[in-house]
Design a protein around this ligand. Structure first.
Ligand code: VGL
Ligand code: ZN
Length: 198
């Protein structure tokens, strides 16, 4: 079975010292690099927001980071400004072997919709194109690693399973934000969708 490694958002802003740091986000770099040669394909995702993105608390008059607002497409956590297109924070962590990637897929570039998933924006309908790429390459099985386990890895894994891919999440090569129980909820949702947590 053709098997791809999907590396989610291993970018400076999600690592210690970054704008939206995920605790111990940099601990997974060596393990991810070591895994790359075992796969038929390696895909990296890159959170890639325009300045003033609607998911930033700074774009809303009366809100602060980590509050939840209702957007036309549903609830949305408001984040500190992060992964702004072209910024250092949006670059992959310098120790990630990004040269090994067959494809880099960017997401979150639509100013009005966030995109946690590598497959669909947060309206759960607008595709990023990743499904077509994987299918045309004959890829049926995905292993996911990266940041953050309870947001972008979670949404990507659930969407992939719903699309019919066989999905493993290597929890040891992920780190979580864990906002108000989001990690426990994410684990539950991934299991319910048929994702294997290893
Ligand atoms: C992410 C929050 C906002 C992630 C991206 O990569 O998990 N989280 N943007
Ligand atoms: Zn983001």
């Amino acid at each position: 079975m053709t098997h791809a490694l999907i590396v989610i958002d291993v970018q400076n802003d999600f690592c210690p010292g970054g704008a939206l740091e995920v605790p111990q986000g940099d601990e997974i770099l060596r393990g991810i690099n070591a895994l790359m040669s075992e796969f038929d394909a390696v895909v990296l995702t890159q959170d890639w927001h325009p300045a003033g993105h609607s998911s930033f608390a700074s774009s809303h008059k009366n809100n602060t980071p980590y509050e939840i607002v209702t957007m036309p497409y549903g609830p949305q956590v408001l984040w500190p400004d992060h992964c702004i297109q072209g910024s250092i924070g949006a670059q992959f962590h310098p120790e990630l072997q990004a040269d090994r990637a067959d494809l880099i897929i960017r997401k979150g570039y639509n100013p009005d919709i966030d995109s946690y998933s590598a497959f669909f924006e947060n309206d759960h309908r607008t595709p990023t194109g990743l499904e077509g790429y994987l299918r045309t390459r004959g890829i049926e099985r995905l292993t996911m690693v990266g940041l953050a386990l309870d947001f972008c890895v979670n949404f990507s894994a659930v969407d992939a399973a719903k699309l019919g891919f066989k999905v493993d999440v290597r929890e040891d090569l992920c780190r979580a934000i864990d906002l108000d129980g989001s990690l426990a909820k994410a684990r539950e949702g991934m299991r319910a969708a048929g994702v294997t947590l290893a």
